[in-house]
Design a protein around this ligand. Structure first.
Ligand code: ADP
Ligand code: MG
Length: 354
């Protein structure tokens, strides 16, 4: 089961594209600025409801157009599931099997997609937000019910923060805590269970790609030895001063340690790229074998980022059939991955065979 067809309209430089994908490995070659990253971005948009390059929809809509459309077909054995997303400056709308999707989470379930691109080191280098997002995408795909806890938590947090911002009395603010805390605990437990599962594959992958020891730790977003209720009570002055809730799983951190030190401060940019790739690949390997969909892994110009040895190691890890692969490359004769099931060229946003 894989994404077998992709149609893209008015997305960045892609005016109109119709691509048949191989269930295992599709290779797309093209010169600089030909539209390679845009094509991967369109696939990502279909599975995530957002871009990995920008938050601004007006940047991805083709200049001069009003909206973009991305349509895909997922091979589900006996049938094909059509998925679609269209975006205007006002937002995105998703459809699954011709009906409007209830939420983007439905799309994400139908098309789990992950990207390793030249910016992948941000997962290690940037703030905790990126690592929480990484973590939550993984938990979402292995634990039913996680998304409901997340959505409820976010809703209650927003109301609590609105009460703080409006300078409401303490009783009116903490009235939200009774509903907030069970959701916070559910989120925290699910994330911790997931990290326990991820630790093994992630360490194996870090060993294989970097030759180093990896350890994952979770910081809950409040003091370790306290219950959240107690922590929230203590942070009232700070909450009141800042006008928002300072503690909770929305402030959690996934701490990535290499050789017992925090990775982001102790390894080079190149090592950060490999480490981030190791985490992302480990996450794909954790996908339940009975999942409705195999994940699709997008690799944006990996040959430009990695030397031969590391490229070969990466390839060995992602070619096992756990995921569908879509790879871009500058060099059409790119042979590092063996023989792709499908090969195409892109030039000025237009696809051709070969
Ligand atoms: N909204 C847009 N409308 C039209 N063209 C765009 C838009 N955004 C980016 N582009 C153009 O798309 C081209 C291809 O970009 P990209 O997909 O990043 O190429 P590649 O990855 O092959 O180097 C660039 O020339 C860029 O200027
Ligand atoms: Mg590119």
């Amino acid at each position: 089961m894989a994404l077998c067809r992709l149609q893209v309209t008015d997305f960045r430089c892609l005016q109109s594209i119709d691509l048949q994908l191989d269930p295992e490995f599709t290779l797309i070659s093209g010169a600089n600025a030909s539209g390679k990253t845009s094509l991967l971005e369109a696939i990502y948009m279909l599975g995530r409801g957002r871009s990995f390059r920008t938050r601004r929809l007006d940047h991805v809509i083709r200049r001069g157009a009003e909206l973009f459309r991305v349509f895909g077909e997922v091979d589900a054995g006996a049938s094909r599931i059509p998925l679609g997303i269209e975006g205007s400056r006002d937002g995105v709308h998703a459809r699954i099997a011709a009906a409007p999707a209830k939420s983007l989470a439905d799309l994400a379930l139908a098309l789990p997609v992950q990207i390793i691109d030249p910016e992948v080191h941000k997962l290690i280098e940037d703030g905790p937000y990126y690592r929480r997002r990484f973590l939550d995408w993984g938990v979402f795909h292995v634990e039913q019910g996680f998304i409901e806890s997340w959505q409820r938590y976010r809703l209650i947090l927003r109301q609590r923060n609105a009460a703080l911002k409006a300078r409401q009395a303490r009783a009116a603010v903490v009235a939200w805590d009774q509903a907030l805390i069970p959701q916070a605990d559910a989120l925290t437990d699910a994330r911790m269970r997931y990290i326990d599962q991820l630790q093994g594959p992630a360490a194996a992958m870090a060993r294989s790609l970097l030759g180093k020891d990896l350890e994952l730790r979770y910081r809950t977003g409040w003091a370790k030895d306290q219950a959240l209720a107690e922590a929230l009570a203590q942070s009232w002055p700070q909450d009141q001063e800042r006008g928002s809730t300072q503690l909770g799983p929305h402030r959690a951190e996934l701490v990535v340690q290499i050789d017992a030190r925090v990775a982001k401060d102790n390894i080079s940019r190149g090592q950060q790229k490999l480490l981030a790739a190791a985490l992302l690949i480990a996450q794909l390997k954790l996908f339940p074998a009975d999942a409705v969909r195999r994940p699709t892994l997008l690799l944006d110009d990996p040959a430009a980022e990695l030397d031969q040895v590391h490229l070969a190691a990466l390839i060995a890890e992602v070619s096992g059939g756990v995921n569908q692969l879509v790879v871009t490359t500058l060099q059409a004769e790119f042979s590092a991955f063996g023989t792709p099931g499908r090969r195409c060229r892109i030039a000025d946003g237009v696809l051709s065979e070969g």
